[in-house]
Design a protein around this ligand. Structure first.
Ligand code: ZN
Length: 255
C-alpha cells in the first residue's frame, strides 16, 4: 500500500531500463507517467519492439536462463553464486509476467525541468542529459535536501554502463554535487548520501583508467580483476560488461 494512504497520482520513469518501467501498467490509467521526451521516444520504439520480440521468440531467454543454471552449479565463490541465483530468479519472474505485460508509455514528458507542487512540498524533476542511459532524470526535493537519483547513483552495486556515456555521467554527477544534497535514494541499494555519489564517480574514473591502461599496454581486458574497493559490491556480473563497453567506446573513438 502507498505511504500516504492516497492513490498514486504521478509515476516518474527516471530512464527507460525495463527494471524501472515494466511496472507502469500497475499505476495507469489513474496515475500520469512522467519521463523526459527522449526516454519516452526510446520506450515507444526500442523498448516496445523488444518486448514484442521477447514475446514472439522467448527461446533465447529461456536458453540463457538454462545456461545460468549450469553456471550456478559450477560457481565456487559463494557471493557470486548468490548473485547469479538472484539474477536468474528475477529473469524467471520476468518471463512469468511477460505475457501479461502491457507496455505503458509515459503520458507527460519534459525536456529539462518540471515541478509538481503538492500540498506539503514541491518536487522538481530534472534532467542534465544522459549518462547512465541516453537520457536520465532524477527527482529533487529541495526542502528535504533529498533526491531520487535513478541509476545515476547506486549504493554498493556496480554502476551499469551498458548504455552509458561515462564522461557525460561524470559531468551530470558534478552538477548534482552543487545541489547540496544530504540524502540520496539510489536506483539500487540502501538509502545513502553524497558519499555513494562520490563512490560512483570514483568507479567510473577507475574503469576508464583500467581500460585505457590495458589498451595502451596491449593487454586483454579479460585479465582485469575487480578492484578491492568494489569486491563486496553487488551486480558483479556487470563489471565485465562495463569493461567491454568502455573498451568499445575507447577503441571506437580512436578509429
Ligand atoms: Zn538502469
Amino acid at each position: 500500500m502507498y505511504l500516504t494512504g492516497n492513490p498514486v497520482s504521478y509515476v516518474i520513469n527516471t530512464h527507460w531500463h525495463s527494471d524501472h518501467t515494466s511496472g507502469n501498467q500497475l499505476f495507469t490509467p489513474k496515475a500520469q507517467i512522467i519521463s523526459t521526451s527522449i526516454t519516452r521516444e526510446i520506450m515507444a520504439v526500442f523498448g516496445k519492439n523488444r518486448v514484442t520480440q521477447q514475446l514472439s521468440n522467448p527461446e533465447p531467454i529461456y536458453q540463457a536462463i538454462e545456461d545460468f543454471e549450469v553456471k550456478i552449479q559450477q560457481e565456487t565463490n559463494e557471493k557470486l553464486k548468490k548473485e547469479i541465483q538472484w539474477e536468474n530468479a528475477s529473469d524467471r519472474e520476468y518471463m512469468k509476467t511477460l505475457p501479461n505485460l502491457i507496455y505503458s508509455l509515459p503520458t507527460i514528458t519534459f525536456d529539462q525541468q518540471m515541478s509538481i507542487h503538492g500540498s506539503e512540498r514541491t518536487v522538481q524533476l530534472i534532467t542534465y542529459g544522459g549518462g547512465h542511459t541516453q537520457s536520465d532524470a532524477f527527482v529533487y526535493i529541495p526542502e528535504e535536501k533529498t533526491a531520487v537519483m535513478g541509476d545515476l547513483v547506486l549504493s554498493k552495486h556496480h554502476p551499469v554502463m551498458i548504455n552509458a556515456n561515462p564522461q557525460e555521467w561524470l559531468t551530470i554527477l558534478e552538477r548534482v554535487e552543487l545541489l547540496g544534497l544530504e540524502t540520496i535514494i539510489p536506483g539500487h541499494g540502501e538509502i545513502c548520501s553524497m558519499k555513494e555519489l562520490h563512490e560512483v564517480k570514483g568507479y567510473i574514473n577507475d574503469i576508464l583508467t583500467l581500460v585505457t591502461e590495458s589498451v595502451q599496454s596491449k593487454k586483454s581486458i579479460d585479465d582485469i580483476l575487480v578492484p578491492k574497493a568494489y569486491q563486496d559490491w553487488y551486480f558483479t556480473t556487470y563489471f565485465k560488461t562495463n569493461l567491454k563497453n568502455i573498451y568499445d567506446l575507447i577503441t571506437k573513438s580512436a578509429d
